[in-house]
Every structure is written in structure tokens, then in C-alpha cells.
Design a protein around this ligand. Structure first.
Ligand code: MLT
Length: 393
């Protein structure tokens, strides 16, 4: 008889955002007249910019013509997009080469799928709290996981010490959910630790475009030595509104080699076996993000979300509610008022204000008593939600 993967029994019953969606659907079914405002999942609301949709439309026309039609895309991405990504890094003096870049359908898939190229007997180090995909995808494989505490005391930016162990280390900066962002000096501590211990850092840079402080690093490859110990994941989802069109990229530098095997070779093998490439039309749209118009238009959208974040931060300041994030991140991570638990606050906001946030406990035990709001909503929705919260807090 077939045996199922019993490791799944060790996962929470539902993926965090699926559980939130379930509770929101139940609320909507019971309250059909209420307008629910979502500040929960970090899903964008600004439409794709014109430079992107023009490029996608032109690609649709190419697909309609036998002379320019495209079949299977290359599993690791078209050169026209890879070269734009390489230039994006080179223009910031960050050492990333075209052959290190692997285009995909997003950072979520890649941070989950990268587990395929590492042996199951590696120890995995994951910050708590953090984006649940890192934890869940390793639990599915039955791996030994240790947590490193991210707390108010360490500014949600934990650093290794002599007792820290981890062959595979996940870092997300700017962090989801806390919005905390490592400085160069702090990231250097992690890079030195990984180089010394023969570990690999899996660096999720999905929110790099939201860093407004020029002193803060937006890529781990800004840190000397990182090409020898780190893989970086990036995405067009939050940068350019591709949550619904799916495109991201992963950087696996040629220097990364363990036990005589290059990780880039394994990742190429993995992707060409299990992934058939990101659609031509989507990659054309993604390449347009790097054109002068595309860049200016996507920055406009990011600034729009930044203004939402400012409104949320002003509200928290006014109410005396402490928080991190918002400055260099689309997320505001606040302390639940009145000693409420994070799911209690979730239910309270949903039931008395029809506002949806994300309970901190969904990101790990250190998220208990914390709550995440996103600035990815519309301006009207954000203003209206804050007006409703004003009556509660
Ligand atoms: C989030 O809300 O944490 C993100 O939208 C999840 C994701 O990017 O998959």
C-alpha cells in the first residue's frame, strides 16, 4: 500500500495564509454586507506598470505569429532577461554574473525547491519569526531544524554566537514579517560565520526594493566573501507587482562548491528536470522593469506603498503602539495592544472592524503578541482601515 510522507503530519493543519483566507471567507459568508479590507497577505494592489504591459502585449503579438512564436522557454531563463538582471547588479557595483542567474516563477517556489539540492542530513537554522515557507518546506523533508530567536531585544536581527549551528541558514532582509533589515556589519558577521563553518546562507531579498536607507545592504553580495557562501532569492512580485504574473530569480554563484560539487550545476539539473521555464510573455514583461520607463514607473508604485506605510506608522505613533518595519519594508510589525494574543487581535479586528491583518504567531513562537500589517493596499483602503482601527484602539 502507498505510504504517505508522514512529515506532513508535523505541519500546522493549514498554511498560514490559507488559514487566514479560510477565516475571512467564513466572516464574509456570515456578514455579506460588510466591506472587508485586507492588510493581511502581502499581495500588491497597484496594476502592472505601462512599460511592463506594453512589453507583454508586444510579446503576445509575437506569440501569434509563426515567425516569432516561442515554444518551451529555457529552463533557467532567456538571455534578454538574465542580462538585464546582471546589469541591475553591476550598476550597483555588486558582483553578480549572467551565469549565476536563474529565472523562475518566484522566490516562494525557489526558497522551497532549493531544498532539493541539499542532503536531508544537513542541520537547518531558521530565524523565529520568519516567512513560514522556509520552515514548512524543511519540515516536509523531516530535516533537523533549529531556530534562532529574533526578538524585540535584538531588534529582530539575530546574530550567530559560538553555540550557533547550522549547515543551511535562512536569512530574510528586509525581514518578512518584522521589517527589520540587517546592516552591512551584521551581514558580514553571518557571512564570516558561514565561511568559517562551511555553511550556506539562503538569503531572501524579495523586499530589497523597499530599502530606503542607502547605508543598508540590498543584496548579500554587497558583503565581501558572500559569493563563497550565499544563494540569493529575488522576485518581481513586490518590486514590480508580479504576484499574479509570477517571475523571480535566484543567484547561485559559480564559487559555491561543497564536496567538490558546484551548487549551480545541481540547481541547473534540478530546474531543467522539474521546471519548464517561465513563460516568454512574462519574461518580456519582467525585462521591461529594467528599462528607464519601467524603472521609473515601478518606483512610483513602490513610493505609493511607502506612503501607505507612513500613514500606518503615523497611526501607531499617535496611538503609542510600538512597532518595527515600515521604513525599509512594506510591513509594519506591531505589539498587540492590551496584552492580546496575536490570533485574538486577528479575530477582534476582523469581527469588529472587518480589517484583516496577519497574526504574528503564524510566523513562529516569537511572533506571539505581535501582529503584521501590510502597506500593499490601496490608499483609500488603508485610510479607511486606519479610521476603523481608530475606533478600536
Ligand atoms: C506574505 O504576505 O508574507 C507574502 O505575500 C507571502 C509571499 O510572498 O508568498
Amino acid at each position: 500500500m502507498v505510504k504517505v510522507n508522514e512529515n506532513y503530519a508535523n505541519l500546522a493543519q493549514n498554511y498560514l495564509f490559507a488559514e487566514i483566507a479560510r477565516r475571512v471567507s467564513a466572516y464574509k459568508a456570515a456578514n455579506p454586507d460588510k466591506k472587508v479590507i485586507s492588510m493581511g497577505i502581502g499581495d500588491v494592489t497597484r496594476p502592472l506598470c505601462k512599460a511592463v504591459t506594453d512589453a507583454m502585449s508586444a510579446a503576445v503579438a509575437e506569440m501569434a505569429d509563426a515567425a516569432t512564436f516561442q515554444g518551451y522557454p529555457p529552463a533557467v531563463g532567456y538571455d534578454f532577461l538574465i542580462n538585464e538582471i546582471e546589469n541591475y547588479y553591476t550598476s550597483r557595483n555588486i558582483p553578480v554574473k549572467a551565469e549565476d542567474i536563474f529565472v523562475s516563477d518566484g522566490a516562494k517556489s525557489d526558497t522551497g525547491n532549493i531544498t532539493d539540492i541539499f542532503s536531508n542530513d544537513n542541520s537547518v537554522l531558521i530565524p523565529d519569526p520568519v516567512y513560514p515557507v522556509y520552515m514548512d518546506s524543511n519540515v516536509m523533508l523531516g530535516r533537523s531544524i533549529s531556530l534562532i530567536d529574533a526578538t524585540e531585544e535584538n531588534g529582530y536581527l539575530p546574530l550567530p554566537d559560538d553555540s550557533t549551528k547550522g549547515d543551511i541558514i535562512y536569512i530574510c532582509s528586509p525581514n518578512n514579517p518584522t521589517g527589520a533589515t540587517y546592516t552591512r556589519d551584521q551581514l558580514k558577521i553571518w557571512v564570516d560565520f558561514a565561511l568559517k563553518n562551511g555553511s550556506v546562507i539562503l538569503f531572501d531579498a524579495a523586499y530589497e526594493a523597499f530599502v530606503s536607507d542607502p547605508e543598508l545592504p540590498r543584496s548579500i553580495y554587497e558583503i565581501p566573501g558572500a559569493r563563497g557562501c550565499a544563494i540569493e532569492f529575488c522576485s518581481f512580485s513586490k518590486t514590480a507587482g508580479f504576484t499574479g504574473t509570477r517571475c523571480g530569480y535566484t543567484i547561485v554563484p559559480s564559487e559555491l562548491e561543497f564536496g567538490g560539487v558546484k551548487l549551480a550545476k545541481l540547481w541547473t539539473r534540478r530546474q531543467s528536470t522539474k521546471y519548464n521555464g517561465t513563460a516568454y510573455i512574462i519574461q518580456r514583461g519582467a525585462a521591461a522593469v529594467f528599462s528607464p520607463e519601467g524603472y521609473a514607473q515601478t518606483r512610483e508604485n513602490i513610493n505609493y506603498y511607502r506612503e501607505n506605510a507612513r500613514l500606518i506608522m503615523d497611526f501607531m505613533d499617535k496611538k503609542g503602539i510600538s512597532y518595527t518595519g515600515g521604513q525599509n519594508s512594506p510591513y509594519i510589525w506591531l505589539k498587540c495592544p492590551d496584552g492580546l494574543g496575536s490570533w485574538e487581535l486577528f479575530d477582534k479586528l476582523l469581527n469588529s472592524a472587518a480589517v484583516v491583518g496577519t497574526p504574528g504567531a503564524g510566523f513562529g513562537k516569537n511572533g506571539e503578541g505581535r501582529f503584521r500589517l501590510t502597506s500593499f493596499g490601496s490608499r483609500e483602503g488603508t485610510v479607511e482601515a486606519l479610521g476603523r482601527l481608530d475606533l478600536i484602539f
